[in-house]
Each structure stands twice: as structure tokens, then as C-alpha cells.
Design a protein around this ligand. Structure first.
Ligand code: 5GP
Length: 180
């Protein structure tokens, strides 16, 4: 698997350090509040799993699975909910955890959808932000790393469902795209 990585963009050590910083910031901001950490399947799982253990507050967590309509690799902004939350959110502060915000279309849809359910608040923690690619006005409240416009894999991010288990974030070699 690792022979297909052209370069490591964010090391395991840097990920751990930054996630701990985000956890400390969130712990300060949410003191005394009822938090629901919402993981967006599947990419956010490693980030969320590490982040919740750095949040030193009582919390609950749940998951949603979303899919963009259409086969294109570009996000269309039209999103289908494949798996929804298990309960009402009227008494909680929702903290969405995402792997990466690219165009922002998925997140914009999700924030609007969740806000319509009347939670106490909706905020976003993303591991990565490709800020130069943004098409809509949506900004993460907590961001691990701003990255350039390169396709990255690892720490939850996939190419054809592979590479999610790499402990770092890296860029694939061209030849990886040709392998089944
Ligand atoms: P958006 O709606 O912000 O354009 O799309 C965000 C989604 O696109 C992410 O949750 C992720 O699934 C996918 N995505 C965007 N950039 C990358 C990337 O560099 N690598 C991978 N593996 N997925 C990406």
C-alpha cells in the first residue's frame, strides 16, 4: 500500500499534536454544554475517534452517511442521506466532524438540514480544509490543517475505498490510479 504514496503531507505525529490542540480548544468552548459529536461516514472516523478522546467533557456521538448524487468525483451539492441520526437533536449542541471540506457543498447542505431540526447550535470541526476550492460560503469552526488543492488519502480519506487506514495523510502516485 505504502509504495503508492508519492509524499507524506501530514505525519502521524503532526496529526496527533493538532488533534490534541483542537480537543483542548473544543473542551474550553463547550464547557457545561451538552455536545453531540456527529461523525460523517466514512472518512471522519479516525479523526473523530481521536478527537473525542481529547475532549475532556461528557458527550455523546452519532453518525450520518451521505452521498452526492451522480457518479462524478466533483460534489454536486445535491446530497442524499443514507444513514440518519438516531434521535432528535433539540437539546444538544451539534459538532459535525468531517475529514475534509473541499467545495463546501456537502457541508452547506448538511448544516442547513441539521439547523432545520432546531438543535441548540451547529458547528463544524474538519481535519482538512482545501480553502482555495470553496464554491459556497461555508467555513469550519475548527480546522486541523489548510492544504493545497491535491488529492489526499489516509487517516480516513480514501481512493476507491482504499488507504483509509494509513496513519498519515499523503498524496498518491499517478500509478495508484491505474491499479484496481
Ligand atoms: P465537498 O462537498 O466539500 O466538495 O466534498 C467533500 C468531500 O469530498 C469529502 O468529504 C471527501 O469525501 C471528498 N474529497 C474532497 N477532496 C478530497 C481529497 O483530496 N481526498 C479524498 N480522499 N476525498 C476528498
Amino acid at each position: 500500500m505504502e509504495e503508492y504514496i508519492a509524499k507524506v503531507l501530514i505525519t502521524r505525529e503532526a496529526l496527533g499534536k493538532r488533534v490534541a490542540e483542537l480537543g483542548a480548544e473544543i473542551t474550553r468552548d463547550y464547557e457545561g454544554k451538552n455536545i453531540l459529536v456527529l461523525g460523517i461516514l466514512k472518512g471522519a472516523v479516525p479523526f473523530m475517534a481521536d478527537l473525542i478522546r481529547e475532549i475532556k467533557l461528557p458527550l455523546t456521538y452519532d453518525f450520518m452517511a451521505l452521498s452526492s448524487y451522480g457518479a462524478s468525483t466533483q460534489s454536486s451539492g445535491v446530497v442524499r442521506i443514507l444513514k440518519d441520526l438516531e434521535r432528535s437533536v433539540e437539546d444538544v449542541h451539534i459538532l459535525i466532524t468531517e475529514d475534509i471540506v473541499d467545495s463546501g457543498l456537502t457541508l452547506k447542505y448538511l448544516k442547513e438540514n441539521l439547523t432545520a431540526r432546531n438543535p441548540l447550535s451547529v458547528k463544524v470541526a474538519t481535519l482538512l480544509d482545501k480553502a482555495t476550492r470553496r464554491q459556497v460560503d461555508v467555513f469550519p469552526d475548527y480546522n486541523g490543517f489548510t492544504i493545497p488543492d491535491e488529492f489526499v488519502v489516509g487517516y480516513g480519506l480514501d481512493f476507491n475505498e482504499q488507504y483509509r487506514n494509513l496513519p498519515y495523510v499523503g498524496v498518491l502516485k499517478q500509478e495508484a490510479y491505474k491499479v484496481d
